[in-house]
Design a protein around this ligand. Structure first.
Ligand SMILES: NC(=O)c1ccc[n+]([C@@H]2O[C@H](COP(=O)([O-])OP(=O)(O)OC[C@H]3O[C@@H](n4cnc5c(N)ncnc54)[C@H](O)[C@@H]3O)[C@@H](O)[C@H]2O)c1
Length: 347
């Protein structure tokens, strides 16, 4: 194996530029190629980061012999075809969240990666923050006892991302698949990956169209097309009676809020907006606030991917785990469509 991984970034939009920035903080990687269907974005990214090879079509990048691995940073509906092509070309893949539009597509990506004997790592960036890493370590050591419930509240008042995010065919959905995938993945991972057995969800779409007040995500803005939810409430129950819940919006008449909490039999913990451990010492209730670093979690994630490629390691966020996360999202959406609780068969 080479000393450096030659990386191709496919998609030079918001997160593609974040990955390019992250690579500047990493060792063992050189960004040797960038690809975007949008000429201006391609020029900007390649120029700003001094990337030697640029492509308008990912298939040309994959066959040019200039990369060992790719980072897929394109709209959600393109993750599957690009990943399949990358595996056919023998490349390792870091793929942005959500891994695909649904669990069926995600499974195809995992199978293709296995067949090609290449790494498929999900860019579930929330797992790579200093806060998440500490809480996961403490959870695995039993500090919280049995974590029986996890809850994420992530409410934006006017934070609808633009363009393709609003088109269900390109995105797969609204805030559930966009933000909920982070929350559900994080909570489920810290809980130790229990098997989901049922889900219930309700979605709304009253205010998303007007929610352009914040954020600058997405391209090809088309205000006429809005075919996703703007708010969701969802609950997933696991085989052992434990559960998780999400309460998420892009646009709502509310104060903005972001919190992730886990409830354990020995202690509770809030991961975001800051880590707080809630315990009881005798009759005294104690809140402990660890003093954490603030490492760039995108750089931590990228360094981990590079290390896995160079040393043949197993990713902390393997594609296979995202299949289960996508099953939970699919079930919440199905429940919202049918008005019924949905059973999951994830044996
Ligand atoms: N991990 C995170 O925190 C995080 C944050 C934002 C977005 N994302 C994910 O990253 C992905 C991209 O989101 P974004 O916000 O960067 O979107 P974006 O619209 O800003 O950028 C996407 C880019 O991909 C390009 N593109 C589209 N189709 C392409 C193709 N077939 N080949 C090459 N380029 C193509 C577009 O021209 C655009 O420049 C999505 O899956 C999104 O969910 C993750």
């Amino acid at each position: 194996m080479r000393k450096n991984v030659r990386l191709g970034i496919i998609g030079a939009g918001m997160i593609g530029n974040t990955h390019l920035d992250a690579c500047r903080e990493c060792t063992g990687v050189e960004v040797s190629a960038v690809c975007d269907v949008h000429a201006g974005r391609l020029r900007q990214a390649a120029g700003e980061y001094g990337v030697p090879h640029r492509f308008a079509d990912h298939r040309d990048l994959l066959t040019a012999g200039v990369v060992d691995a790719v980072s897929i940073c394109t709209p959600n509906n393109t993750h599957l075809p690009i990943a399949l092509a990358a595996f056919r070309a023998g490349k390792h893949v870091l793929c942005e969240k959500p891994l695909a539009l649904n669990a069926r597509q995600a499974r195809r990506m995992v199978e293709a990666g296995k067949k090609a004997r290449r790494i498929l790592m999900s860019a579930q960036s929330a797992r790579y923050s200093d806060a998440a890493k500490l809480v996961k370590k403490l959870a695995d050591r039993g500090r919280f006892g049995d974590i029986y419930y996890g809850k994420c509240v992530w409410l934006r008042r006017a934070g609808t991302p633009r363009g393709w995010f609003q088109d269900v065919e390109q995105s797969g959905g609204g805030p559930l698949i966009d933000l909920g995938v982070h929350a559900i993945d994080l909570i489920w991972w810290i809980m130790g990956g229990p098997r989901p057995v049922s889900a219930y969800g309700v979605t709304f779409d009253h205010l998303g169209r007007r929610g352009q007040g914040r954020g600058d995500w997405g391209v090809n803005y088309n205000p006429g097309k809005f075919s996703v939810e703007d708010q969701v409430v969802g609950t997933v129950r696991f085989h052992d009676g434990r559960a998780l819940g999400v309460d998420i919006s892009w646009a709502a008449h509310t104060a903005e809020a972001y919190s992730v909490r886990l409830f354990g039999t020995k202690a509770g913990v809030q991961i975001a907006p800051e880590v707080v451990i809630y315990e009881t010492e005798g009759k005294t209730q104690v809140d402990a606030k660890p003093l954490l670093g603030k490492a760039n979690y995108y750089a931590t994630e990228m360094q981990h991917f590079v290390n896995c490629v160079l040393r043949g390691g197993k990713p902390i966020s393997p594609g296979a785990q995202s299949v289960v996360v996508m099953q939970m999202l699919d079930a919440i959406y199905r429940s919202a469509r049918t008005g019924r609780m949905v059973s999951l068969n994830t044996q």
